[in-house]
Design a protein around this ligand. Structure first.
Ligand code: ATP
Ligand code: MG
Length: 414
């Protein structure tokens, strides 16, 4: 029955996978705090215009990937495909533009109607960092350094390379765009339909094409470096100098562009060798034009987003939660006492599992299955003596422990 399946491109996070996601988010949040980034949570849906205006009608995200619908009041609503525009909207709606620089960290689900494959989903999750109101190249350096520190703390930096490029200023991009249009027009017959479509609207996007035929043509396309203005070059040099000073290794990739339209100057991606073609785990850049495009003051900004699904595939198994104590009542009379004991132990901070039915044998099997450390068996005899049978499931030994000595006995467990 189709209705009982999760929608294509979405997935359930069962406990083990949810724990990996949580590890990624908590690690990122901890490092982000060190860098002075406060946590922000914006709505999962916004008015469509929040995304369509700044992200640009010409990008794949807006033209093909957005989940857009009319709500019951007739409003045009879109499930957020990325964090940046929502955060920029929040800065404007909350009147925060005087308090710059603003540093925000966020994590949560994003929605894009894409072709699902390993590492690419329709509902996926991102960690995100935005530094708004800083024009200095040091801001780019810090934002990249924070991304590297998070990847390092997650243990995945060593399998990643950092690719770096500049998209220059408006003047550089205008000149480069003209050169690209000229070049790709000469190879029009060999371009994919998608890229032919992009040529008129956003030729830079062709450089980011995943189509093999396009890639071959892109390989010989003119490089941006020849079209950079002196100020754009100087900005890029400062970014590189800062990264060098922090010993953050990078490779220059003149073909690196960001998927969204509002980027300028610095563009970067951390790419792992371990996930094939979905190898970009964290990417971002500078977006000085965004706030003005959204109707706010011209506030320069730089940020990144990281894919939690991709990162959680790369991290080591997070430490398992504490092993539970299984409480096992024997006979009707003990049920209520077992419930009370369970509650008391949880109050002391223990992880306690109470099976709800079955004989002692069946409940002991469950204790094994959940890898309980200890089973506490409460029968009528023990209760009469104010005690429990304490089974150390690792040692395979058992002893009787008085209820008032139980907390102490549990403390002694390895
Ligand atoms: P790609 O080129 O892979 O489509 P993108 O440029 O669209 O990436 P961004 O918008 O920069 O990606 O998103 C940042 C990160 O979010 C990506 O590097 C990736 O790790 C993750 N990501 C993007 N789209 C998806 C998706 N559909 N499923 C899972 N993760 C994704
Ligand atoms: Mg994409």
């Amino acid at each position: 029955m189709a209705q009982l399946q999760a929608v294509r491109g979405t997935q359930d996070l069962l406990p083990a996978e949810a724990r990996r996601h949580r590890t990624v988010i908590e690690t990122a949040r901890k490092i982000a705090e060190r860098y002075g980034f406060g946590e922000i949570a914006t709505p999962i849906f916004e008015f469509t215009e929040v995304f369509s205006r700044p992200i640009g009608e010409t990008t794949d995200v807006v033209s093909k990937e957005m989940y857009t619908f009319k709500d019951r009041g007739g409003e045009e609503i879109t499930l957020r495909p990325e964090y940046t525009a929502g955060i920029a909207r929040a800065v404007l709606s909350n009147g925060l533009t005087q308090a710059t620089p603003l540093k925000f960290f966020g994590a949560g689900p994003m929605f894009r109607y894409e072709r699902p494959q390993k590492g690419r989903y329709r509902q996926f999750h991102q960690i995100d960092a935005e530094l708004i109101g800083a024009a200095q190249p040091q801001a780019d350096v810090e934002v990249i350094a924070m991304g590297a520190a998070i990847l390092d703390e997650l243990g995945v930096l060593k399998s990643c390379r950092l690719e770096l490029n500049t998209l220059g200023d408006t003047e550089s991009r205008t000149a480069y765009r003209a050169a690209l249009v000229e070049y790709f027009t000469r190879h029009l017959d060999k371009l994919s339909d998608d890229s032919r479509d992009r040529l008129g609207r956003n030729p830079l996007r062709i450089l980011d094409s995943k189509d093999e035929g396009d890639k071959a043509i892109v390989a010989d396309a003119p490089a941006f470096s020849a079209y950079l203005t002196d100020p754009a070059k100087a900005f890029f040099d400062e970014v590189k100098r800062g990264l060098d000073a922090l010993d953050i290794a990078y490779e220059l990739n003149p073909r690196l562009v960001r998927g969204l339209d509002y980027y300028c100057h610095t563009a970067f991606e951390f790419i792992t060798t371990e996930l094939g073609s979905q190898g970009t785990v964290l990417g971002g850049g500078r977006y000085d034009g965004l706030m003005a495009m959204m109707g706010g003051p011209a506030l320069p900004a730089v940020g990144w987003a990281g894919g939690i699904e991709r990162l959680s595939m790369l991290i080591a198994e997070p430490p398992a939660p504490a092993r539970p104590i299984a409480v096992i009542p024997v006979g009707e009379a003990a049920e209520l006492e077992a419930l009370k004991l369970t509650q008391r132990l949880r109050g002391l901070g223990h992880v306690v599992d109470l099976g709800y039915s079955g004989n002692v044998g069946k409940r002991m099997k469950r204790a094994d299955k959940i890898e309980a450390r200890v089973a506490l068996v409460l029968g009528e005899d023990e209760l009469a003596r104010g005690a429990v049978t304490f089974r150390d499931l690792d040692a395979g030994s058992q002893e009787e422990v008085p209820l008032d000595g139980l907390a102490e006995r549990l403390k002694g467990l390895a």
